[in-house]
Design a protein. Structure first.
Length: 318
C-alpha cells in the first residue's frame, strides 16, 4: 500500500521526460534532476549507442532531486545522478551507494540582486537552492559558514531546477540564489551580482551515479554493464568536444555558442574514469556530516563503491 501511495504521488507531482537509448534491451530507469552538463556522460552513452552495445535501453527521467531519490529507494528508479542528495541519504543510514563520480568541482555560483555586494548583507534574506539536502544546499551552508554567516540567519528555500531558481531571482521572489549552468550565463546578462563561485572553493560530489544497495547484490552484472557504458560516455564527452556540443545543444536546449562556453568552462572538472581518491571521499562525507551536526566517523566504503567503475575502466583501457 505504501509503495502504491508513493508511486501515485511520484507520477502526480513529477514532470517526466523519458527518452530511450534504443528500441530493445534491458530497460534501466535513471533519475536525473535536470538536463545539465553533469548528465552529459549519460546522454552521450544513450545517443551514441554505448548503452545499446551493452544490451541496455536507458531511460532518463527528470524529477526533482529529493522526490527522485525517494522513488529510487522505493524501486521506481535503478540509478540517480543526484549524488549530492544520495550522499546525504547514505550518511543518514539509507541503503544507497555512490558508484561513480563524473565531475567533482561543483559548478554552482551564488548570485544576488545587484544591490547586494557581499554575502554578509544577505542576513535575513531569502536564498534559493534546488532542494534541501542537495549539493547546492550543502555547499551554500559551507560558503555561509566560511563568511561567518550562520545558516539560521538566512532563509533557505527549495525552489527546484536551475531555470526555476533563476526566474525566482529575476522576479525578486528571492534575494539570492545558487545557480548552475547555463543559468549563470543568463544571470550575468541580466546584471545580477556574483557573490561566490563554489567550484573555486570546493571539491566534492556533484555529478555521477548512485544506486540502491540492493541493486548491487541483486543485479551486479547489470550494474557493471551500465557503469561501463556510462564511463565510455564520460570518456567520449571529455575527449570529443565537437561530437559532444550538438548533444549539449539538443538535451540542454541551449544554443551552440552557449554550449561551447559551458563545455570549455567545465570540462576540466570531469574525471577521467568515474573515480576519485580517498581524500576526496573523506572530505565529501565530512562536509555533509558537519552540516548534520554529527561528529562520528563513517568509513568511505559505507558510502562509496567504485569497484564497478574500477573494473569498467580497466576493461576500457585494454
Amino acid at each position: 500500500m505504501r509503495k502504491k501511495q508513493l508511486t501515485g504521488v511520484f507520477f502526480a507531482w513529477v514532470f517526466v521526460i523519458a527518452l530511450a537509448g534504443g528500441a530493445h534491451g534491458e530497460r534501466v530507469r535513471v533519475h536525473i534532476p535536470t538536463y545539465s552538463e553533469a548528465v552529459m556522460p549519460l546522454v552521450v552513452a544513450r545517443d551514441r549507442g554505448f548503452y545499446a552495445q551493452e544490451g541496455i535501453e536507458a531511460i532518463l527521467i527528470q524529477a526533482r532531486g529529493a522526490i527522485g531519490l525517494k522513488a529510487m529507494i522505493a524501486g521506481e528508479f535503478d540509478f540517480t545522478t543526484a549524488i549530492g542528495s544520495a550522499l546525504l541519504a547514505a550518511v543518514q543510514g539509507l541503503p544507497v551507494k555512490i558508484l561513480m563520480v563524473a565531475d567533482y568541482k561543483p559548478m554552482f555560483w551564488l548570485y544576488s540582486q545587484p544591490e547586494f555586494s557581499s554575502i554578509k548583507q544577505l542576513k535575513g534574506k531569502r536564498i534559493a537552492v534546488s532542494a534541501l539536502g542537495s549539493a547546492s544546499d550543502t555547499l551554500l551552508r559551507h560558503v555561509l559558514q566560511r563568511r561567518r554567516v550562520a545558516s539560521k540567519d538566512v532563509v533557505i528555500i527549495a525552489i527546484g531546477a536551475g531555470t526555476e531558481r533563476f526566474v525566482a531571482l529575476t522576479t525578486k521572489v528571492v534575494e539570492a540564489a545558487v545557480l548552475s549552468a547555463p543559468s549563470n550565463l543568463l544571470a550575468d546578462k541580466a546584471g545580477l551580482r556574483t557573490l561566490a563561485s563554489f567550484g573555486e572553493e570546493f571539491e566534492t560530489v556533484k555529478g555521477g551515479l548512485a544506486a540502491p544497495a540492493r541493486l548491487l547484490v541483486e543485479k551486479p552484472q547489470g550494474v557493471q554493464r551500465f557503469i561501463k557504458a556510462t564511463i565510455k560516455g564520460l570518456k567520449y564527452f571529455k575527449g570529443n568536444r565537437e561530437g559532444s556540443i550538438p548533444l549539449m545543444v539538443k538535451s540542454m536546449r541551449i544554443d551552440e555558442e552557449t554550449a561551447r562556453i559551458l563545455y570549455d568552462l567545465q570540462i576540466e572538472a570531469f574525471t577521467d574514469n568515474g573515480m576519485r581518491g580517498e581524500t576526496f571521499m573523506r572530505t565529501s562525507i565530512q562536509m555533509q556530516m558537519e552540516q548534520l551536526g554529527r561528529k562520528e566517523t563513517i568509513p568511505t566504503d559505507a558510502i562509496f563503491d567504485f569497484s564497478f567503475a574500477k573494473k569498467a575502466s580497466a576493461e576500457l583501457t585494454k
